[in-house]
Design a protein around this ligand. Structure first.
Ligand code: HEM
Length: 517
């Protein structure tokens, strides 16, 4: 029992290997395994006659199903299974069924053509019950009137016209980011850019949301908020929700106090931070989202506002910094691409006497293509956010059963050779004829989409424009002033990755930001 408690205390199944979990399962589930196995083995037979079977990878164990086979990087493992079994596969995740899809055409049919049905979120113990206080806010909410109001509010404060209000601050943050990266390189001769990128994206989103920012990565309050966000992202990872997959484990979870830890985190770390930020924002000078919500006639209870702002900050910080972190690591590997990017920016500066802004992006087709290709080459999230359906869906003769968790596998979806020839090669030119904004592309026809990082259908990321402006601004500032070079330790590792729950990070790396001459 002690062993089981010890293991459960450090919940995170990608880190647990088969040898470690089997004893817990066998202790906890001894009496249920036979029954559960019987149900798993017979459940496929319940498919309606005449429908094709969705392939199931072989490495499934009684009761836990595929949980133990996913490894440290579930997205990569699922990509291997897609290669072997095709674009739709079915996983058994304890008592839940996951349908994984990596073909954009099929994903479009599920999430867009059947958008009303497929816009639910699967239940999660942490995300739904605890984090969102029973489905408040947007991210974990079910598509009810409350979600519609929350989403309408987010869309209204993130509309391109509204973002204009924050454009100067976004540009200032990008310039400060580059100064810090260059200064740190001078001081230490190398730098791990991650904290600086986090400060940049947090400042943008905190300024927009609450009119608040930090001057330095050393600021203890920045550190506190960054840690709070990272912890939340980790708790929010689908794979960290074991009691939801394995109800028999919830007794151990209860005893090990994992849920109590999550409640403690929310009550004593997350909530006080947001309560103060929201209160202070209401009386702060200048525009911010808290004031815009009132001006635009939205009425939320205190709890709804807290979860909404928590969604806003959590979804808007790490996503952008992780994307930029991959971008810098990839660029370090491609000095020839950096030279071409710098030449394009220099030409713009020669003609206009200043660096370009987002609305001038079509004058920098190669830069736009590089930004898109980095996001295709190393997607920001392994699985986007999961959807579910309340009714069976008939997709090309397959039945997606009601209640199944439906997930796009970002890794292999962005390696489809019919869409992206030679997908393992980093080739920015592939996007040179698709310079639409990512927002227009994501909300347009399937054949016009550039990539799928922002998800699908009615739940598609509502902040694409802001994300794109931030990424463009930071990219232009970095490569107008710097050359990104490897340290004496060598190139950043862009093959390995770190599973951070909802996002997937490059392994920690250091590079040099040297001044361009
Ligand atoms: C590179 C940056 C970003 C990426 C890759 C990204 C990706 C995503 C994805 C994959 C989803 C789920 C879509 C689906 O369910 O199919 C999502 C939802 C969401 N994102 Fe983003 N996002 C980014 C930036 C942002 C920013 C800056 C914000 C906030 C200011 C934000 C706020 C949200 C919200 C509130 C949702 C939930 C929408 C809903 O459930 O209706 N995201 N994002």
């Amino acid at each position: 029992m002690d062993r089981a408690l010890e293991l459960l205390e450090s919940f995170s199944f990608p880190k647990i290997d088969k040898k470690e979990v089997m004893p817990i399962v066998s202790i906890a589930a001894a009496t249920t395994i036979l029954f559960a196995s019987y149900r798993l083995l017979t459940s496929n037979k319940k498919n309606k006659q005449g429908y094709k079977e969705i392939p199931v990878p072989g490495s499934s164990y009684p009761y836990v199903g595929h949980i133990l086979s996913l490894g440290d990087l579930p997205g990569r493992k699922v990509s291997e299974w897609h290669k072997e079994l095709g674009p739709l596969i079915k996983l058994k995740m304890g008592v839940h069924t996951w349908i994984m899809v990596d073909d954009p055409e099929i994903a479009h049919k599920i999430f867009v053509s059947n958008g009303v049905e497929a816009s639910y979120r699967p239940h999660s113990t942490y995300g739904y019950d605890q984090y969102s206080m029973g489905g408040k806010g947007v991210v974990f909410a079910q598509p009810t009137a409350g979600w519609k109001q929350g989403r309408a509010a987010v869309l209204s404060v993130l509309a391109p016209k509204q973002i204009e209000k924050y454009m100067d601050s976004i540009h200032k943050e990008s310039k400060d980011l580059v100064s810090r990266l260059m200064q740190s390189t001078k001081d230490e001769s190398e730098v791990n850019p991650f904290k600086f990128l986090e400060l940049n994206s947090m400042n943008v989103i905190l300024t927009a949301a609450f009119g608040k920012r930090f001057d330095s990565v050393q600021d203890p309050e920045f550190y506190r908020i960054a840690t709070m966000i990272e912890t939340g992202m980790k708790f929010g990872g689908l794979e960290n929700d074991l009691p939801n997959f394995l109800p028999v484990i919830s007794i151990f979870d209860y005893m090990a106090g994992t849920q109590a830890k999550q409640r403690y985190y929310l009550k004593h770390e997350r909530d006080p931070i947001y309560i103060k930020l929201i209160k202070d924002a209401a009386t702060r000078d200048g525009p911010n989202v808290i004031k815009s919500l009132v001006e635009n006639g939205f009425h939320f209870t205190d709890e709804e506002k807290l979860v909404l702002m928590s969604d806003f900050i959590a979804a808007g910080t790490d996503t952008v910094s992780v994307t930029l972190s991959w971008n810098i690591a990839i660029m370090c590997h491609h000095p020839e691409v950096q030279k071409a990017v710098s030449a394009e920016i220099d030409e713009f500066i020669r003609l206009n006497g200043r660096t370009p802004v987002f609305t001038e992006r079509t004058q920098l087709p190669y830069c736009v293509s590089v930004i898109k290709e980095c996001m295709r080459f190393r997607p920001t999230t392994p699985f986007g956010l999961p959807h579910t359906t309340h009714n069976d869906l008939d997709i090309d003769g397959y039945i997606i059963p009601k209640g199944a968790t439906i997930i796009s596998n970002m890794d292999s979806m962005h390696k489809q050779s019919k869409l992206y020839p030679e997908p393992e090669k980093f080739m920015p030119e592939r996007f040179i004829n698709n310079l639409k904004t990512m927002q227009a592309s994501a909300n347009g026809k399937l054949e016009d989409r550039d990539h799928f990082n922002f998800g699908w259908g009615r739940r598609i990321c509502p902040a694409i424009y802001l994300a794109e402006v931030e990424i463009f601004s930071a990219f232009i500032q970095i490569f107008s002033r710097c050359f990104v070079e490897p340290t004496s330790e060598g190139m950043p590792d862009i093959v390995g990755a770190k599973n951070a729950g909802l996002t997937i990070w490059p392994l920690p790396y250091k590079v040099k930001f040297t001044e361009r001459v």
